[in-house]
Design a protein around this ligand. Structure first.
Ligand SMILES: Nc1ncnc2c1ncn2[C@@H]1O[C@H](COP(=O)(O)OP(=O)(O)OP(=O)(O)O)[C@@H](O)[C@H]1O
Ligand SMILES: [Mg+2]
Length: 342
């Protein structure tokens, strides 16, 4: 869910809450008012939870078996219903099952105190009941639970017929079950990803002489592939140095070539091979500070004569094969559990 979707959901909730017009419904009339709202935010929860609370509907969570009474039932009868069914609130419906009010345990206690226990429920019930609609997303129930702290919410359909009742216990129970399912699903996806990521991989990239826009792509992709494999960052850094130096050498010194990388369970092998012009003296080329780079290449920041030496330093295995007029092939191997300190 995007931030703007979450915002518009919140606007709807705010509107619905103000439309519900709570004035005239004293909190003391509400039994179970001490029940805390559930500690889930409809705005800044993790996206998996947000998706759940917007996808699940009130009708997926509510209880449909509702103990109800009619306005002509006595408060004594309602007290008995509460006792028999272990409930603290009874919705009052008319003959078409339209919700007309709610009697809470507080209403019963007050009726007892005032000697009105034989009165009709219709006279003693709370009329301005905060209700939920069965098609609303669960996010509404969570907002209501946080905002009003009522113990239960009757649920009506579009025709105002009572179709269920919802308590914080129902919300918590359903959410826990759904979150459990979602976490299992995400864990499975992660395991699959882990399996792919730990598998061996072979990559190949072409380099083009003096193409500085493309230069660095091979080493970047190699680094990315290693990062997804939970490999020690120090090892990744060493492979990245070797592959970058060899890639740049192909771009600035050769006619262009191929960078190959093989990620294996125990090592990463980088092989840079090109078709010319080759290196006349390998000993000189491996010396720190020795370079044939011209002024232009130096002006671009290359040509310090450090690349091959650096590559050798970070590699557990290093070999170079070249001769003037031939291609150059450099092989660098870094062990994944290498004891070598860079
Ligand atoms: N693929 C190649 N083809 C031809 N010559 C190469 C190649 N790689 C390296 N060389 C030669 O070896 C020299 C040393 O290479 P090295 O990478 O150590 O230094 P550099 O590229 O000159 O400078 P730096 O790498 O510090 O920017 C180069 O100047 C170049 O003459
Ligand atoms: Mg170099």
């Amino acid at each position: 869910m995007t931030d703007s979707q979450a915002d518009s959901q919140m606007e709807k909730i705010e509107k619905n809450v103000s439309d519900a017009n709570l004035e005239g419904v004293p909190i003391s009339n509400v039994s179970g008012a001490s029940l805390e709202g559930i500690p889930i935010s409809t705005v800044d929860s993790p996206s998996a939870v947000l998706e759940l609370i917007y996808q699940l509907k009130i009708k997926d969570v509510m209880k449909t078996a509702v103990i109800t009474a009619s306005g002509s039932d006595s408060m004594r009868r309602i007290q008995a219903l509460m006792k028999e069914n272990y409930i603290t609130g009874v919705p009052i419906v008319d003959e078409r099952r339209n919700l007309v009010g709610l009697v809470s345990i507080d209403d019963v206690v007050t009726a007892l105190d005032e000697g009105n226990i034989h009165c009709h429920a219709g006279e003693r019930m709370t009329r301005n009941v905060i209700v939920l609609e069965d098609d609303m997303p669960l996010s509404f129930a969570i907002s209501y639970l946080n905002k009003y702290r009522y113990g239960r919410y009757p649920v009506v359909n579009k025709k105002n017929e009572l179709v269920g009742i919802l308590t914080s216990k129902d919300v918590v129970g359903t959410l826990l079950a759904e979150m459990n399912r979602e976490v299992l699903r995400l864990e499975k996806i992660n395991q699959e990803k882990g399996k792919c990521a730990s598998a061996s991989a072979d990559m190949e990239f072409a380099t083009v002489q003096y193409d500085f826009e493309l230069a660095g792509r091979a080493s970047t992709e190699i680094k990315k592939a290693l990062k997804t494999r939970n490999i020690d960052p120090k090892i990744i850094r060493r492979v990245a140095i070797a592959s970058y130096e060899l890639e740049i050498n192909q771009v600035v010194h050769s006619v262009g070539g191929i960078m190959r990388c093989s990620i294996q369970p125990d090592k990463v092998i980088v092989v840079a091979s090109d078709t010319g012009p080759g290196i006349a003296d390998l000993n000189l080329a491996l010396q720190e500070g020795w370079s044939t780079a011209n002024e232009w290449i130096r002006s671009l920041g290359f040509g310090a004569g450090m690349g091959l030496a650096n590559t050798k330093r970070v590699s557990d295995e290093f070999s170079i094969d070249s001769a003037k007029g031939m291609g150059t092939t450099v092989r660098s191997v870094v062990y994944i559990n290498s004891p070598k300190k860079e």
